[in-house]
Design a protein around this ligand. Structure first.
Ligand code: SF4
Length: 243
């Protein structure tokens, strides 16, 4: 099936919208509009290749438990009554170019996002799992700033899996690895502390956000900038000086 990448209000072709772009709408409707309606993307950032490597290795590690049909030792430490599950669609759902997909009928948006892992609890409910890598001396908590993005990420995945007809637990887990900086030397290796953080998701906001994002894109008015955003402040200041 063909999809629109830049939204055309006069087209009946579904418009592909990743969970990241839906989050961009929540962050700033103007940036979302520039990107999705006018095709003007934010400047690209270098890839977080170390985080990608950690994700890749964690997937391999949890896949060992998956193939054995039992919990990972870390899950046992945290007394999580679930196992990594071998669902027939898991490879697609983990693939960034496929992901868990749902064609939202009200907006004709194809919403999608790639999960890191999928567990199944003792009730048969599916559990969203995301891997995160960081390096901090502070206690890791799911509060403040960009952690809200992480929570929404888990909630959209829960929503997508529900829309695919799966029974989904409200519990999601973040497998958090924290790079140690208090070692004597690098010695060609990074060491990590690993912890699992439970999060109870509430995806009741997702439908409304998708509908609002759609309203934004069908309008011919470009939304106002976010006056706290340093990029647009920079652009405005530069424009004033140049003009
Ligand atoms: S304020 Fe400007 S740069 Fe910042 S997010 Fe919005 S449109 Fe993008």
């Amino acid at each position: 099936m063909a999809y629109q990448k830049t939204f055309d209000p006069n087209s009946s072709t579904p418009h592909k919208l990743s969970r990241t772009k839906l989050d961009l709408f929540i962050e700033c409707p103007r940036c979302f509009y520039l990107d999705q309606r006018l095709g003007i993307k934010r400047p690209s950032m270098p890839a977080f290749t170390l985080n990608v490597a950690v994700d890749h290795l964690l997937k391999k590690e949890f896949d060992i438990s998956r193939s054995q049909g039992k919990a990972h030792p870390l899950m046992e430490t945290y007394k999580i009554k679930a196992i990594p599950i071998d669902h027939k669609n898991l490879a697609d759902w983990r693939n960034n170019f496929v992901g868990v997909r749902y064609l939202h009928p009200e907006t004709n948006f194809l919403i999608y996002g790639a999960i890191d892992d999928l567990w199944q609890d003792e009730n048969g409910d599916y559990v969203v799992v995301d891997y995160k890598a960081t390096s901090t001396q502070a206690e890791i908590k799911l509060e403040g700033g960009y952690k809200e993005v992480y929570k929404r990420q888990a909630e959209i995945y829960q929503w997508l899996l529900e829309k695919n007809g799966l029974p989904v637990s409200k519990k999601a887990y973040f497998v958090y690895v924290n790079g140690k900086k208090d070692l004597a030397a690098f010695d060609g290796r990074l060491e990590f502390d690993t912890q699992i953080i439970e999060y109870i998701g509430d995806n009741s906001w997702v439908d409304e956000a998708i509908n609002n994002a759609h309203q934004c894109l069908i309008s011919d008015t470009i939304p106002k900038p976010n006056d706290k955003c340093e990029y647009c402040c920079y652009l405005e200041s530069a424009k004033k000086v140049i003009d």
